[in-house]
Design a protein around this ligand. Structure first.
Ligand code: ADP
Length: 643
């Protein structure tokens, strides 16, 4: 004790210099010494002022918390433990009840004993760690924020997370403003109190902020990426945010005491702004603004990620849709390289996506036409590996290149051409007999001698040509009837021999002299289930063709025989024959092997089409095969009638 007193002056001189706060309590707990640092730490202006205050009065000024934020029990105060002989250290957060200011200290208390081993003093050393603790807590908060924000890729959820991060920890209310497609969209943030939240929302709806006012703090955050800190929300600050007097009054009513506005910024781009306000509690500090700014950056990254993810999903959905569309869709980038080739494009062209994606379109489709983007679809011939396809193509340009959509019109084109051919053929088929009839009639009208003798011959021409005319017109009528689905067959049990007989006798009547017509029927022949008129029509047509396409004469045989469930009627000729590749096509509508009539035989290209359709309507079928080495065999198979 004597030693301490002797050196007290020196000691005080030393203690005054140290940054740490030092206090000394006597055995009864009363403060007997404090340096100025200790006094200032706990809000006194000098050590003398602190020493003049009773310890309980000092303690009453503060709320004490431990590191976890729980109230700090007074009997665990380091000084009190030291007075019981226990040297100890604690981290204590103490909040000044009046100002709300919080500080952290590491408090180390050491007991001092006398010679007899009794406690004389407790020496408390306070090390202020407020800066370090705040920084640590900020870091921890920001780390947690980063983690929670990146935990979802859902846009709305990200904003929800952001709201619950800042309220209530950092603010009583927070609002978000997001730039979407160049427009600012206001998102309602969180408020500690739901009733107040409605008030804020109402005010916001009634008075939307004017973001064209560049002085407005939120506008400044959005346009310039500038943050604003209003430690104390003054009327001036409110006026700078408000559009007009009414707006100002509405804002004032909300009772904000302190406020911050920070941009939501990522890679130098502002995507929105966040406002944080408090209606009570400590004023925001520069440190709080730093935390809010950092939060803004992390939130912006999370929001961008969520948006990109949504866009990518949209794209994925779009490209999935492209898998199913019937039109070929091809995406060509700015360098002319194919980037997308959907399954329809592959099936139309026969080229797989693997074989063309990544190659220049000019290599894949050398005669690809130049289509004006945004215009109407144009039909062009396109050469695909030596095959000519007619494609109806439309184009749309986008930032990365051009998208082509096309449809295969080759069939339609073919039909179109066949229709044109048909019109010229039919016109020809009508004109030729008409000319002959007209000629014969004119000749008969003449009065010169000899005409009388030729009358029979001329009438024969008129009759034959009229018949030819009628046949052509019949073909056209039948074709259109079939086309319209207006054909009715009445099936009955028919005797094949009778059907054949009728057709053969009619054919024999005008058989050219260089042709013979034979009939060969199997014995016995079952009856067929068919419409007798239609069977005769088919057989007459096949016989007619056999005659027409045997210009050099020969033998024609009409046969009938049972063939399983069928009776097979066949017309064999020794005429021009049909090349194997054309065997299916001759049954197509308007299809003619020799449309230019090089062998001078006319026709509409409808006969075989009608034959096949009629046979199928009777559950039968028509086929063609070569007749040995010369000519063709056309067969009609019809079901045997139930006995
Ligand atoms: P059209 O005889 O009126 O031209 P079809 O439909 O009856 O029409 O026949 C289609 C084409 O098939 C004919 O143009 C002809 O080239 C060919 N054809 C039909 N029957 C025979 C046949 N018996 N021998 C050779 N070619 C035939």
């Amino acid at each position: 004790m004597t030693g301490l007193l002797e050196s007290r002056r020196d000691l005080e001189a030393i203690l005054r210099q140290v940054g740490d706060g030092i206090t000394v309590q006597d055995a009864a707990g009363a403060l007997v010494y404090a340096n100025d640092a200790a006094a200032r730490l706990i809000g006194f202006t000098s050590a003398a002022e602190l020493l003049a205050t009773e310890v309980p009065d000092v303690l009453r000024r503060f709320e004490l918390f431990d590191e976890e934020g729980n109230p700090f029990p007074l009997d665990r105060l380091p000084g009190r433990l030291a007075l019981k002989g226990i040297e100890n250290t604690e981290v204590i957060r103490y909040r000044h009840r009046d100002s709300g200011v919080e500080r952290w200290s590491i408090v180390r208390a050491t007991p001092v004993f006398d010679e007899g081993g009794s406690i004389r003093f407790a020496v408390n050393a306070f090390q202020d760690v407020t800066g370090r603790m705040l920084a640590e807590r900020e870091l921890a908060f920001i780390a947690e924020a980063g983690q929670r924000l990146s935990a979802t890729l859902d846009y709305e959820e990200t904003l929800g997370t952001l709201g619950s991060l800042v309220v209530p920890r950092l603010a009583t209310w927070s609002g978000f403003y997001l730039i979407e497609d160049g427009e600012v969209r206001r998102m309602f943030g969180k408020h500690v109190d739901d009733a107040k939240r409605r008030l804020v929302e109402e005010a916001a709806r009634e008075h939307p902020f004017d973001f064209s006012n560049r002085e407005q703090p939120i506008a400044r955050a959005l346009h310039e990426g500038t943050s604003s800190l209003f430690e104390h929300v003054t009327d001036g600050a409110l006026r700078s945010a408000a559009n007009d007097e009414a707006h100002f009054r509405a804002l004032k009513e909300l009772g904000f005491t302190t406020a911050m506005v920070v941009p939501l910024e990522t890679s130098g781009r502002v995507i929105g702004a966040m406002t944080l306000v408090r209606t009570e509690g400590p004023a925001y500090t520069a440190a709080d603004l730093r935390v809010a700014e950092e939060l803004g950056r992390r939130a912006a990254v999370a929001i961008e990620n969520a948006r990109n993810f949504e866009r990518a999903q949209d794209r994925a959905r779009a490209s999935q849709a492209l898998e199913f569309v019937g039109d070929g869709v091809v995406l060509v980038d700015a360098a002319g390289v194919i980037r997308l080739w959907n399954p329809a494009a592959a099936s139309v062209t026969g080229l797989t996506a693997e074989s063309v994606v990544g190659r220049p379109i000019a290599d894949v489709l050398p005669v690809w036409p130049a289509i004006t983007p945004g215009g109407r679809p144009e039909t062009h011939p396109v050469d695909v590996g030596g095959r000519e396809l007619w494609l109806s193509i439309s184009a749309a340009s986008f930032a990365g290149g051009i998208v082509y959509a096309f449809r295969d019109m080759t069939e339609e084109r073919l039909l179109e051409r066949m229709k044109n051919d048909f019109i010229s053929t039919v016109s020809h088929e009508l004109r030729t007999p008409l000319a002959a009839i007209y000629g014969a009639a004119m000749t008969m009208g003449r009065t010169d001698p000899g005409i009388r003798e030729r009358q029979g011959e001329l009438l024969g021409v008129i009759a034959a040509e009229t018949e030819r005319l009628a046949r052509t017109i019949d073909d056209v009528l039948w074709a259109s009837r079939l086309e319209a689905g207006a054909l009715h067959v009445s099936i009955e049990s028919c005797e094949p021999a009778e059907l054949v007989e009728g057709v053969v006798s009619a054919a024999r009547a005008h058989l050219p002299p260089n042709l013979q017509l034979e009939v060969g029927l199997a014995e016995p022949l079952p009856r067929v289930a068919a419409d007798p008129d239609r069977v005769r029509q088919v057989l007459a047509n096949l016989l007619d063709n056999a005659v027409k396409y045997s210009p050099d004469g020969g033998k024609i045989r009409l046969t009938a025989e049972p063939n399983g469930r069928w009776v097979r009627f066949a017309v064999h000729d020794e005429g021009l024959g049909i090349p194997p590749a054309e065997r299916d096509r001759v049954f197509e509508k308007f299809y003619r092997l020799d449309p230019d009539l090089t062998r001078g035989v006319g026709g509409t290209g409808l006969g075989l089409y009608i034959c096949r359709e009629l046979a199928e309507h009777m559950d039968g079928r028509v086929t063609v095969a070569p007749n040995g080495s010369k000519g063709s065999t056309f067969a009609v198979e019809l079901p045997i009638a139930a006995s």
